[in-house]
Structure formats: C-alpha cells, structure tokens
Write a protein that binds this ligand. Structure first.
Ligand code: NDP
Length: 297
C-alpha cells in the first residue's frame, strides 16, 4: 500500500475530546449544558443501533441526551407536536429525527418543522440554502467530517480538482458545496454520468458516496489523489460472516492514491463526532457565545 491512511477513528476521538472540553467550559463558565434530542419513529434495527450510539456518545461528552422513541404508527400530527415542544424547550439545543421515517410520514415536512437553529443534521431547507449561498449554517455531519479530515491532511484545498460521486441531499450535494467553499473545482458525478472512470481520474480529491460495494477500482484513481470513502456496505465475507466495505476497492485504490480513508474506521466515526460538534455549536449560537474553533465548516 502506497497511500497514507487517514485515520477517521483517531480523528473522531480528537474531535470528541475537543467537544468535551468545550462542554466543560460551557458548564463551568456559563452554567450551560448542551442538549441533544433524538427522535426515533418505529423499530428499524439499524436506526436503533445508531440512536443508541448517538445517545451514549452525547452523554460521554458531558451533554444531555433526550431520546424520544415513538411507535411505528405515530401520526404526522403527533410527531409535529413533539418537534414543536422540542423547538420550544430551552434545554434542547439540537434536534435530530432519525431517517428513514416510516412511509406514511412526510420526511421533508417533518425535517422542515425543526427550528433551523436546532437542526444539527443540517437538512432543513434554510440550512441547505445558507450552505449553498456560503453563509453560516448547520452543516450535515457526514460531509462536515470529510471536510475536517481533508483540511487536516492538506491544509488549503484551494484550486484542487474534486470529484464527488453521488448527489444525495445528505452526502453528495452538501459535500460538493463545502468543497466549492474551499475553492476546489468541483464535479458532481452520479448514475447518469458519462465515462465515470475518466471523470474520476481527473480528481485530486475523490469522494465516493454511492452505496455500491467496492465500485471504484484503483485504475479510476489519479496517482497521488486523496480518496474519501463514505460508503458503508455490508457484504458476505469468508465463512458466511458479513463484513463492512466502502464504495471504493480499498486495496487497488490504496496502491495508487496518496491518501485514503479506510472502511470501517474512516468517515463513519466522524459522523457522530460531528453531530456532537454541531450540538455544541448550536448551544453557543443560541446563547450568543463564541463557537468552538475547528468544529464547524
Ligand atoms: P443515496 O442512495 O441517497 O445516493 C447514492 C448516489 O450514488 C446517487 O446520487 C446515485 O446517483 C449515485 N450512484 C448510484 N449508482 C451509481 C453508479 N453506478 N455510478 C455513479 N453514481 C451512482 O446514498 P447516500 O448518499 O445516502 O449514501 C451513499 C453511501 O454513503 C452509502 O453507502 C451509505 O451507506 C453511506 N453513508 C455513510 C455515512 C457515514 O456516516 N459514513 C452517512 C451516510 C451515508 P443518482 O442520483 O443518479 O441515482
């Protein structure tokens, strides 16, 4: 392997330590405890695991965690009523509604009912607009984590060619906006992109957010490029056991790239760390206090 490994697990630990430091300062100097409310509707097993993990890490960072578990047949009116209460609750600085929601609920309507200042996922239409126009916003956690690692590795990203494969609202599009904000020349590729291998080969920074196991091979990667693998795919491994792989073929890409994030242990751990960071940022903004440095875009 020629590439340097970008260790997201270690980086996430540093972010969490910074968050915990800031939480201590907020408590000691201002009597404030940042609070994160997580709302889970239904019993999707993967969502239950994520919500547990978010709650645990929130408490470990010294913050208050409020979990709201609602039945799968909760009505839209009931969910909107809960969000209105959380919007008004001064102990709650961040609100996250775990997606996907059951199909009878309108996700856009629900997300857009969250107070944008408490929208720590950064999915509210106001935050999307603020990010798109280069204004201060709440930034979606996964792309924020990718940006932090890229800045840490490269310093300035100005002038670099960045290719983002995937155009989802939660990863691809905000990632592209953030890279544009860093003065990269950005290409967004998707399932209809012509000659994807050639597009990828132009990238100094290649971000894969596709959801297809090991889709990008090493010969799509420019020698020396930085590869950020957002994908989390479970595939069958040896002896019938499952294992996690990313959207890039790690071994062949690592042989060509200059730096690469592994799966697991790359982007994944950064996502929850950035959720905690966003909650602290939201708490500081709500109270007119200086935001912690290095924890926002
Ligand atoms: P989506 O399914 O919402 O979007 C996938 C994108 O990939 C779409 O824009 C789609 O194009 C594009 N795509 C699909 N197939 C191809 C192809 N053959 N060639 C080029 N582009 C293609 O996924 P998400 O953005 O939600 O997630 C992407 C990956 O990131 C998943 O593996 C997911 O598990 C992972 N993820 C990881 C997180 C983390 O914490 N590390 C957080 C969130 C997601 P089109 O729009 O044309 O259909």
């Amino acid at each position: 392997m020629a590439a340097s490994l970008i260790d997201g697990k270690a980086f996430a630990e540093r972010v969490r330590a910074k968050v915990a430091d800031h939480v201590t300062r907020l408590r000691e100097e201002h009597g404030l405890v940042p609070g994160l409310a997580v709302v889970l509707v239904g019993e999707d097993p993967a969502s239950q695991v994520y919500v547990r993990s978010k709650g645990k890490q929130t408490v470990e960072a010294g913050m208050a965690s409020f979990e709201h578990k609602l039945a799968a047949d909760t009505s839209e009116a009931e969910l909107l009523d809960l969000i209105a209460k959380l919007n008004a609750d001064t102990k709650v600085h961040g609100i996250l509604v775990q997606l996907p929601l059951p199909s009878h609920l309108n996700s856009d309507l629900v997300i857009n009912s969250i107070d944008p200042a408490k929208d720590v996922d950064g999915f509210h239409i106001s935050n999307v607009g603020l990010l798109g126009t280069g204004q201060k916003s709440m930034v979606p956690c996964t792309p924020l984590g990718c940006l932090m690692m890229l800045r840490d590795y490269h310093g300035s990203l100005s002038g670099m060619n960045a290719v983002v494969v995937g155009r989802s609202n939660i990863v691809g599009k905000p990632m592209a906006q953030l890279l544009l904000g860093e003065s990269c020349t950005v290409t967004i590729a998707h399932s209809r992109t012509r000659d994807l291998p050639e597009v990828c080969r132009r990238a100094d920074i290649l971000v894969a957010a596709v959801g297809r196991p090991q889709m990008i091979p090493g010969d799509w990667v420019k020698p020396g490029a930085t590869v950020i693998d957002v994908g989390i795919n479970r595939i069958e491994g040896e002896g019938g056991k499952t294992r996690l792989v990313g959207d890039v073929d790690f071994d062949s890409c690592a042989a060509v790239a200059g730096a690469i994030t592994p799966v697991p242990g790359g982007v994944g751990p950064m996502t929850i760390a950035c959720l905690l960071a966003n909650t602290v940022t939201a708490c500081c903004r709500a109270n007119g206090l200086a935001e912690p440095e290095g924890l926002t875009a």
